[in-house]
Ligand binder design. Structure first.
Ligand SMILES: [Fe+2]
Length: 310
């Protein structure tokens, strides 16, 4: 057998979940629970020693049957931005699909008007509906319904959110970023004529990542939360441990900065590892996580304290 060459490696990643740094963990847990119907799966308070990356507190939240779709990490008090105009984030937008058009309207109607940043727009050609809002850290959240998205029967029924459509990140140089994602993660550029915004598709051809150019006047600004930005991680799923190890080998060969070598996941029997992209955004590759029952996580004191539904 000849040794594996680069062509033999087929890296096929799926956008799976996200991590955010937050200024106020309680407020953010409350917002995602009340407005998007996310449940709390697990929670560690300030002072915990179990998660070295989150000594000030962490929450794992979900909208479906998997253990988490979103992790929220409390930043230390001293990193909170005093003047928001002086900093930028690495995250421009998170876009979620809803289960139905009614689900989209339900979320819209429940949000305070002050948090709506664009009204519902319906496109009669694609039959999509969408609007935007913002979470407590002012991350732009786009809520989108597309007719091809329907609630899967086996999914739990507590959230109006069906799945993650795509995320948009800010980059210092979109051309370098595009090449980085093509070379290392097998994303492809979708033909588009928009300047300074590059739409990247996975191997199925769905746009999952949009890379937007940081405006010139903001290039000198520092990332919020003392250099962290609000995007803590992007997590991508691969279908097997073999693909995960192949992608790890490819990244090492390409001299990508690995921040944690492959190791067993805390929340499933699978494997994960972490590395940094060209703008130092942390990326995780994992092999999937365990599913949990609807009632999972309901024992947490924080649910009563914040008056969350569970
Ligand atoms: Fe993760």
């Amino acid at each position: 057998m000849s040794p594996k060459n680069e062509e033999a490696i087929s890296i096929d990643v799926e956008l799976d979940h996200l991590g955010l740094y937050v200024q106020n963990l309680d407020e953010t847990i409350h917002w995602y629970n009340q407005h998007l119907g996310f449940k709390l799966s697990d929670y560690l308070p300030k002072g915990n020693t179990e998660e070295p990356v989150a000594p000030d507190g962490i929450a794992w939240m979900r909208y479906g049957k998997w253990h988490h779709d979103l992790t929220l990490i409390q930043v230390p008090d001293e990193t909170v931005n005093l003047n928001e105009k002086e900093v930028i984030s690495n995250l421009k937008e998170i876009c979620f699909y809803t289960n139905s058009k009614n689900a989209l309207v339900k979320i819209y109607d429940h949000l305070p008007t002050s948090q709506i940043t664009s009204e519902i727009k319906f496109d009669p050609i694609s039959k999509t509906s969408q609007f935007t809002t913002k979470d407590p850290d002012k991350n732009k959240i786009r809520i989108l319904h597309h007719p091809s998205i329907v609630r899967r029967k086996e999914e739990s029924h507590f959230s109006q959110i069906n799945s993650l459509s795509h995320i948009t990140i800010w980059s210092r140089d979109t051309e370098i970023a595009k090449q980085w994602y093509e070379k290392n993660l097998n994303f492809k550029e979708k033909i588009n004529f928009e300047k300074d915004s590059i739409k990247m598709t996975n191997t199925q051809g769905d746009v999952k990542l949009i890379i937007d150019q940081i405006p010139k006047e903001s290039l000198k600004k520092n990332l919020s939360f003392a250099g962290r930005g609000t995007l803590q991680q992007i997590a991508l799923k691969v279908k097997s441990e073999e693909v995960l190890l192949d992608s790890h080998d490819l990244l090492v060969k390409n001299k990508v900065e690995i921040v944690q070598a492959p190791r067993p996941q805390n929340w499933s029997s699978g494997t994960k590892f972490y590395f940094l992209d060209m703008d130092k955004i942390k990326i995780e590759i994992e092999t999937g996580m365990k599913s949990v029952a609807d009632s999972y996580g309901s024992e947490y004191e924080v649910i009563k304290r914040l008056n969350l539904f569970h």
